[in-house]
Design a protein around this ligand. Structure first.
Ligand code: C5P
Length: 423
């Protein structure tokens, strides 16, 4: 899973993962794995058809605490299930006679990944004749359903109306994707991307403390073109910005991400603006800012851009003894928006320094009219540019300052957002 997805904030939270009869059931193993690695506790419920595609043993081996498969032990044994691993028999703790109710009492969220047309229909009509549907009907917290099926089955009014009803009842439908499905037909019906399902679970578990707020980010490097093929840039990967974008989105913010070249994947809930140069980034930021509550400026913007040579390629033969290029200053996006800041708008800036970190963080906080500044030293091993971790010094305008240990960028983002809400 992507290194900028949050983990620590969700350790110990509990999820029930339902799996139904679809060829895409094998992808549920990856979802279990991702949740497990993030420290979440997971139980699994397989329909009888689901267990024909993937064995309960696979889920148990990959970290599921309990695996339910069928209402009665005998029913599963008859179906050739995996013996004592099936039928709601809890490995080590014995058969759970109220297995249809246990996830509702134990888990904080329930996702069915993939959800077949039958399971959607069962839940819509309240049919509790099967363990997984019964568990869904008895589940009082967020229920997410990720349909996967043949495109004609998906388009059928029965399925569409079931999904509309489920949505109306407050359940979350993770729309299937378009493409070539397992039966080789083209259309909508593919199980939603694993990353989207994973983040949807985390969102369901997150306090929506940024709900109703609009947040803008700049992220990644900028690319300042010189001739037809050459440009001036830096090694920023956009991972720090992506960590902020995802964290704020999970916490309910409307997120607008202005992305330099090479920025990582972002979930579709985030509005993404792909740009190349600092001037394009500035124009997009200027256009968005008046509507925003927060601006987070993680981009490593080129401070200068070369005087352009033009559209064609500069020829080596034209400068056999070398040559010079002159540079012009580009816009300081953060400083410009800091000057235009309206009451209530809050700005977070970044400073990547090679020395005197704390002094320059304090200076930039004031010079750029930021509310919070996050600084890191360049050159610390596995910290800063391109890595998945960061060691930062954070300061705000009220004079509060903290130095944090090396930690994943996703955690830095989560904590800075906590701080931002307290300002
Ligand atoms: O001045 P300096 O580049 O050190 O400031 C870093 C902060 O300012 C970062 O938050 C960066 O995204 C932002 N910045 C900007 N436009 C620039 C240069 C930096 O928005 N041209």
């Amino acid at each position: 899973m992507e290194k900028y997805f949050p983990q620590a904030a969700f350790a110990g939270r509990r999820v029930h993962l339902g799996v139904t009869g679809s060829i895409s059931a094998y992808k549920a193993l990856d979802l279990l794995r991702a949740l497990y690695k993030a420290g979440l506790r997971v139980s699994v419920g397989l329909t009888e058809a689901g267990s024909r595609f993937v064995s309960p043993l696979s889920f148990k081996t990959l970290g599921a605490e309990r695996v339910y498969n069928g209402m009665f032990p005998a029913a599963v044994a008859r179906n050739g299930g995996a013996g004592e691993l099936s039928a709601g028999i809890d490995l080590g703790e014995g058969f759970d006679p109220i297995g249809h109710l246990t996830p509702g009492a134990w888990a904080d969220a329930f996702i069915i990944y993939p959800a077949s047309a039958t399971t959607l229909a069962r839940i819509t009509s309240g049919m509790a004749d099967e363990m997984l549907a019964a568990q869904a009907l008895a589940f009082p917290k967020p229920l997410l359903l990720a349909p996967a099926m043949n495109p004609r089955m998906w388009q059928n009014p029965a399925t569409q109306e079931n999904c509309a009803t489920l949505r109306r009842r407050g359940h979350i439908i993770l729309e299937p994707e378009a493409g070539r499905v397992a039966c080789n037909e083209e259309g909508q019906g593919k199980l939603v991307d694993l990353r989207i399902a994973y983040l949807a679970v985390l969102a369901a578990l997150s306090e929506q403390d940024f709900a109703g707020r609009k947040l803008m980010l700049t992220m990644g490097p900028t690319r300042e073109q010189w001739d037809g093929v050459r440009f001036w840039s830096n090694p920023s990967t956009g991972v720090m910005g992506a960590a902020f974008a995802v964290a704020a989105s999970l916490r309910g913010a409307e997120v607008h991400a202005i992305c330099g070249p090479g920025c990582p994947w972002l979930p579709p809930a985030i509005k993404r603006y792909d740009i190349l140069s600092s001037r394009e980034m500035n124009a997009q930021a200027q256009a968005l800012w008046p509507e925003m509550d927060y601006g987070i400026f993680t981009a490593a913007v080129a401070d200068f851009y070369p005087e352009p040579f033009g559209e064609s390629k500069f020829k080596k033969s034209e400068a056999v003894d070398g040559f010079s290029i002159s540079f012009r200053p580009g816009p300081d996006i953060l400083a410009g928006l800091g000057r235009q800041k309206a009451a209530g708008q809050k700005i977070v800036g970044f400073a990547a320094e090679t020395s005197d970190l704390q002094t320059s963080v304090r200076k930039k906080l004031v010079a750029k009219n930021a509310d919070l500044l996050v600084g890191n030293l360049i050159g610390v091993e596995d910290s800063g540019f391109a890595g998945s971790q960061n060691q930062v010094f954070v300061a705000d305008r009220q004079g509060r300052e903290e130095s944090w240990q090396v930690m994943p960028k996703a955690e830095v983002a989560w904590r800075v957002l906590d701080w931002l809400l307290r300002l």
